[in-house]
Design a protein around this ligand. Structure first.
Ligand SMILES: [Zn+2]
Length: 277
């Protein structure tokens, strides 16, 4: 019975890691014998489990940084920059996106992102373009949970810029622990797609805001965020951007044909911007 539970647990873990990181399930299968060998030799058991988990994270990270990028090139995908520099002011919102291999794009989209980062920094000192989920490194049509469309290297989510209410500092990543879910919701007089979509039974539409604290002392820096949106809009290679309709209108961008509403089957887009080629 114990052995059966252990096998079922391993199968479940394999699928969860594959869904979250694409290659994590395979890394787990390779690492598993070493992990169990350690558990058998280290005492107490809590220390053994900690060492086993830490070892797995080290192997997963090493794989994400050194093994996956050269292979991804053969699939036409390149990683986005993992550290913002003067030449490439682009970085992930959280290290999770890199370790989980969720920061891969087609080379053209990498050029677009770096170009927007450079333009942003040219007008706002110290600015960086901060990204969230992009795509996995291998295969088209491999879904990047929970996104419906991030499966071909042509999609990218980025953070808005935020301004601290206490000070005058601007932060370029989200105040949310996850990077998603810190929403700039509609006022009473604005169109409220969250309400409409939930009335249509689309419960997932605002699920990320439910697991994110909304009382942080930050609000969207509209000037910086609008500059970022305009830089994306002006790039010929960009096909469309998704933004929640109340923000499109509030920020005076409703005449921009590339700015679209994503529909109720997705999640709300007043916590991030979606770009696609
Ligand atoms: Zn997206």
């Amino acid at each position: 019975m114990k052995e059966l539970l252990r096998i079922l647990g391993s199968i479940l873990l394999f699928f969860l890691l594959t869904a979250a990181t694409q290659v994590g399930g395979i890394v787990y299968l390779i690492y598993r014998p070493l992990g169990w060998w350690m558990v058998g030799r280290i005492r107490p058991k809590l220390l053994a489990v900690t060492v086993q988990l830490a070892g797995f994270l080290v192997v997963l990270s090493a794989c994400a940084l050194f093994v996956v990028p050269p292979i991804a090139e053969h699939f036409g995908r390149v990683p986005l920059p993992i550290r913002a520099t003067a030449d490439e002011p682009v970085r992930p919102a959280r290290w999770f996106y890199v370790i989980a291999n969720r920061h891969y794009v087609q080379p053209a989209l990498r050029e677009v992102a770096v170009g927007v980062g450079q333009k942003l920094r040219a007008v706002h000192a110290d600015a960086s373009l901060v990204y969230l989920d992009a795509n996995f490194p291998f295969f088209d049509d491999f879904p990047l949970f929970p996104h419906l469309s991030h499966d071909d290297g042509r999609k990218l989510d980025v953070c808005f810029a935020y301004r601290s209410m206490k000070a005058t500092t601007v932060r370029y990543d989200s105040p949310s622990w996850l990077g998603y879910g810190y929403v700039e919701g509609p006022a009473d007089s604005e169109e409220n797609w969250t309400e409409r979509c939930k009335e249509e039974g689309e419960w997932q539409y605002d699920m990320l805001s439910k697991i994110t604290r909304q009382d942080r002392p930050y609000s969207v820096d509209v000037a910086v965020t609008k500059d970022m949106i305009r830089f994306f809009l002006r790039d010929q290679r960009v096909d469309k951007l998704f933004l929640e309709p109340h923000l499109t209108r509030r920020w005076g961008l409703n005449k921009e044909p590339k700015l679209k509403f994503h529909g109720c089957h997705a999640v709300r887009h007043d916590d991030h911007l979606h770009i696609q080629l």
